[in-house]
Design a protein around this ligand. Structure first.
Ligand code: GDG
Length: 731
């Protein structure tokens, strides 16, 4: 017997958690333990798991490459080698001069260069080749960040069944920003190669879904996207920190020793701490100007308060970063020049990075941590500050433009563009009573302890495997001859059967005019055959209005469920509804739909008792789909607080109360027929998915069409349904 193949996890990011230093032709390998590396350590260091990425140095020649491969292999890593040109065009170029500014709403800085784009595609392909070389179809791939947006689809192309997760560490911009990118569609399609896409905040997720809907023409239901016959999920999963590591470092002797040393040289003033990578998204000049205003306006703080500002060098080869560095240097010079005393420096400014214990001493010493980015995917500095405050004293001022602000609502939240508010917040922080500081700190510490980095990693992996399971559950098996015969035999043997049949697309094909789809002779014969048998109950369960259903099936002995479950009628009974429904919303929504009809030749509105439907089957190809995207997002906006749902069917958009669905109606009917020993449901669109989901395990469920479904079997067309039913009654 062949040994069962072991499955592994492959992490992929632009940079490996390692730094190669080349000195006199000798390579040394230093670990670079960022937050992500620590969190993912629990994954990539296990068994055969592996982390793929660029090792951080351009290597010359095969011997350096071989040495790197060997060295990294022992640490469960594998390198993707990049050339100097790759770094310039793909990394500094497309990643940092095109995507980074666009995703952070700095579009005036965004460069659109074809050579950047070409290189981005090539390097993503290089990463894909490495992944494919290392991966087996049952492995799990976790791809990180904006440098690798094309990678999910490139891997999917070669390994269609593999599990792919993607996490974006920076904001996903609003559609209005994203649409500016010339390669927006390609980028989205690249991301949609993943099965699960994680973002720091709900807003990022919402923006992504909106771009998918508008640019790729794919809608979503609660973050589930059905794309290329694969169910994908997008969700918010805010990244945490290694809380214990920061708390422990804050208590370490080395940190305390540093704190004493720093305090001795700096004096006893209150400290406002700022730590950032050099980046225009971090709002450094804006913050300096707010501090300048504070000193100008409140002379009592002079000599009492200093800012301790660490700016970590980053991307200083990129033009915009050089300019920013000069601006910061000038501002710091101006403020210090204006306000310094021999015994006091307003701003202690350091353009370098520090070891962890020094950082931790800074966190301990700070009265206030001022984190004021113009945009930030999450921001970990503010979280590290909170975790380092062992005595729970200190105040966090946090920009509402940082993802972290969604979790840390006990910080003093500011809009970094509002200088007056920033000045006031600094003043408030410096004056805040200790008991209030402690109160706020406790709430924030509890949040961060719970949602730490390990929890984040577990949740991500868990979400990915849930999506994969959902996909498996939605894989239907094409109904073959054998299964068809076994259904027919089971029906014949049954003592009492209950059969739910959708109408349009299931029993009858589609017509431009919905009224033209009336039953034909063959269909009446089939229904007649099924209902001839007294122990058989046949239910037509459709989205159609009750008048149409009644007129078509008046002479048949079928039960009818119309308008997706609003109206129900047993054979020989009167119509009734199962809920107290209201239709007061219809006037407003009808006006909106009429507006779309006016702009979309060939479309029309169908009115049912408790729902409105916009039909676009006869609209010019392309235009109907375009309007559908616009209309659904418009309607979803209107429907959000009215208990309404917007459903996209086959060439229709329908709006109705959330209380109505076919599944609920089908359950109601099953209660009436509790002792049925043969239950079957057949349907073609996703309103029938509710019916399938309501069915007991032993029921036969059949989906017409090829997309994912909760049904057990699928058939290609309504003609196949007719064949199946004919075989049941020997027609
Ligand atoms: C991106 C997103 C998102 C800083 N100076 C030193 C030092 N650091 C460490 C901090 C912190 C990290 O660097 C910076 O992380 P941030 O989250 O603040 O910002 P980005 O680098 O822009 O990260 C961001 C993040 O990805 C994660 O998803 O939160 O929004 O932009 O951990 O402590 N570390 C050391 N010395 C320093 O001088 N040792």
């Amino acid at each position: 017997m062949a040994a069962k193949q072991k499955t592994k996890t492959i992490i992929v990011s632009n940079r490996l958690p390692v730094r190669i230093v080349k000195e006199e032709n000798k390579l040394s390998f230093m670990p670079s333990e960022g937050g992500l590396a620590t969190g993912l350590g629990s994954i990539y260091k296990q068994g055969d798991n592996i982390w793929l990425g660029w090792p951080g140095a351009v290597l010359s020649g095969k011997s350096e490459e071989d040495q790197t491969k060997k060295e990294l292999k022992d640490q469960n890593m594998a390198p993707v080698f990049l050339t100097e040109e790759d770094i310039e065009l793909y990394y500094e170029g497309f990643s940092n001069e095109t995507l980074w500014p666009n995703f952070h709403y700095f579009n005036q800085f965004s460069e659109f260069k074809q050579e950047y784009w070409r290189s981005y595609q090539e390097v993503n392909q290089k990463f894909a080749d490495q992944v494919i070389k290392n991966a087996n179809p049952n492995d799990t791939i976790w791809i990180h960040d904006y440098q690798l947006l094309l990678l999910p689809a490139l891997v999917r192309e070669k390994l269609p069944e593999i599990s792919i997760g993607f996490f974006l560490h920076i904001p996903f911009p609003s559609y209005e920003s994203f649409r500016i990118l010339p390669w927006r569609r390609e980028l989205l399609v690249g991301m949609l190669g993943a099965d699960f896409l994680g973002f720091h905040t709900y807003d990022d997720t919402r923006h992504f879904l909106s771009s998918v809907s508008r640019l790729a023409g794919v809608g979503n239901e609660h973050g589930h996207i059905n794309y290329n016959n694969r169910q994908i999920m997008a969700d918010a999963l805010p990244m945490g920190i290694d809380y214990d590591k920061y708390a422990e470092t804050a208590a370490a002797p080395e940190t305390l020793e540093r704190e004493v040393r720093y305090r001795t040289s700096i004096g006893s003033q209150k400290l406002i701490l700022c730590i950032d990578r050099l980046d225009y998204s971090k709002g450094i000049p804006q913050r300096l100007k707010a501090f300048e205003k504070l000193l100008e306006r409140n002379p009592e703080y002079r000599e009492k308060v200093s800012m301790l500002m660490v700016v970590v060098p980053s991307r200083d080869q990129v033009g915009k970063y050089k300019e920013l560095k000069e601006e910061i240097d000038l501002l710091v010079g101006r403020i210090n020049g204006q306000y310094s005393r021999l015994s006091w420096t307003p701003i202690h400014y350091f353009y370098r990075s520090y070891p962890l214990h020094a950082l931790s001493a800074f966190y301990r010493m700070a009265h206030v941590c001022l984190v004021s980015p113009m945009r930030d995917g999450m921001n970990l500095v503010c979280k590290e500050f909170i975790a380092s405050k062992l005595d729970k004293k200190g105040v966090l001022i946090l920009s509402e433009m940082a993802g972290a602000s969604k979790e840390l609502s006990d910080a003093l939240l500011v809009n970094p563009n509002n200088r007056e508010q920033m000045v006031e917040a600094i003043r408030e922080a410096l004056e805040m009573q200790e008991d209030e500081q402690v109160q706020r700190m406790i709430v924030m510490q509890n949040t961060l302890k719970r949602y730490n980095i390990y929890n984040w990693v577990d949740l991500f992996m868990n979400r990915l495997s849930v999506v994969k399971e959902e996909q498996r559950a939605l894989t239907t098996k094409l109904l073959d001859k054998k299964s068809e015969e076994s259904i027919q035999t089971a029906y014949k043997k049954a003592k009492k059967s209950l059969i739910f049949l959708d109408y349009d697309g299931t029993l009858k094909g589609f017509f431009g005019d919905p009224q033209a789809a009336k039953p034909d002779e063959e269909l009446y014969e089939i229904i007649g055959g099924l209902t001839k048998n007294k122990t058989s109950t046949v239910v037509i369960i459709s989205g159609r209005d009750k008048q149409t259903l009644a007129s078509w099936f008046n002479l048949s002995k079928v039960d009818l469920i119309g308008e997706h479950g609003v109206w129900l009628r047993g054979h020989g009974e009167e119509w009734h509804t199962i809920t107290n429904l209201t239709d007061v919303w219809k006037d407003d929504i009808r006006d909106v739909l009429e507006g779309y009809v006016a702009r979309t030749p060939g479309s029309f509105v169908e009115e049912k008792d408790y729902s409105l439907v916009w039909h676009y089957r006869k609209v010019e190809t392309g235009l109907g789909e375009l309007r559908t995207r616009e209309l659904t997002s418009h309607l979803k906006y209107l429907a959000s607080n009215q208990n309404l749902q917007v459903l996209e069917g086959d060439m229709v958009v329908e709006i109705k109360s959330t209380e109505i669905n076919k599944g609920r109606a089908a359950r109601n009917w099953m209660k009436r027929h509790e002792n049925a020993d043969f239950i079957m449901a057949i349907g073609d669109d996703w309103t029938d998915e509710d019916t399938f989901k309501a069915m007991p395990k032993e029921a036969y469920t059949v989906k017409v069409g090829s997309s994912n479904s909760a049904a057990k079997f699928s058939v290609n067309s309504f003609e196949n349904v007719r064949e199946l039913l004919k075989g049941m009654v020997d027609l």
